[in-house]
Design a protein around this ligand. Structure first.
Ligand code: CTP
Ligand code: CA
Length: 226
């Protein structure tokens, strides 16, 4: 019933959402990753679908079920996420990059399990492609929403990401605050816009925050189409 009652204000929009961490393999047993649960991105994907958008979700490894009515593309590494996302840019009108992409990956993946021998082991990492920056370069009139996870200088750092990656909006998370960290169902964020505005969102559920993020993305879309 809730689904039938939802306002279909995003009908006609094609929304590409990324969620979860990426996982970079060291050997067949081990990997480098991060604490992202995927909950924020999945909440955005579900809410967008309920409101009538066509949604594609590109998801790193999470414990979450595929959402109803949404094409979910499962990826593992940042390189795979990049390819899955770039293949779907042309068909999208709004892109929300909630995924916590691993910044680095092991320089080489060992085909066999690395055996323990020396007392210390040095792992060499190389930089992953920055998917969001690449999207910023080809965005055209699409609305591009990025996230920023920070432990200090939240607004300043998030502003740099907004400008540097050519975004329309940044959802800045202070991951040090209780209620805004990983794996929880709540979040605290500031929304930053190109015109310099900063909108503070108080502690709320991720579903509620997803609704606000989509409201703002829809407004930005209308402004861009004028
Ligand atoms: N992002 C991305 N590709 C990467 C790294 C990050 O697309 N290789 C995206 C994330 O999905 C997020 C945004 O960039 O929407 C910001 O991620 P964040 O980790 O906060 O910022 P970075 O630019 O990676 O900088 P740093 O980790 O040094 O703060
Ligand atoms: Ca990063």
């Amino acid at each position: 019933a809730a689904r039938a009652l939802a306002r279909q204000d995003l009908a006609g929009e094609r929304i590409l959402v990324t969620a979860g961490p990426t996982l970079e393999e060291i050997d067949p047993v081990r990997f480098v990753s991060n604490h992202s649960s995927g909950k924020m991105g999945y909440a955005i994907a579900r809410a967008a679908r309920r409101r009538g958008a066509e949604v594609v979700l590109v998801a790193g490894p999470t414990c979450l079920d595929d959402p109803w009515g949404i094409e979910t593309v499962h990826v593992c590494s940042a390189a795979e996420m990049r390819d899955a996302v770039m293949a779907r840019v042309a068909a999208s009108t709004v892109i929300v990059k909630a995924a916590a992409v691993a910044d680095y990956r092991p320089k080489s993946r060992s085909a066999g399990k690395i055996k323990k021998s020396a007392d210390a082991l040095v792992l060499e990492l190389e930089k992953n492609p920055d998917i969001l920056s690449e999207l910023g370069g080809v965005k055209g009139d699409r609305v591009l929403v990025g996230f920023a996870a920070e432990t200090c200088e939240l607004v300043e750092n998030a502003r740099k990401k907004l400008a540097g990656k050519n975004l329309d909006m940044v959802v800045a998370n202070d991951i040090g605050q209780p209620g805004a960290g990983f794996h929880v169902d709540t979040n605290i964020a500031k929304l930053l816009y190109r015109d310099g505005r900063v909108e503070e969102l108080s502690l709320m559920g991720k579903d509620e925050m997803a609704a606000i993020i989509l409201d703002r993305a829809a407004e930005l879309r209308k402004l861009g189409m004028r």
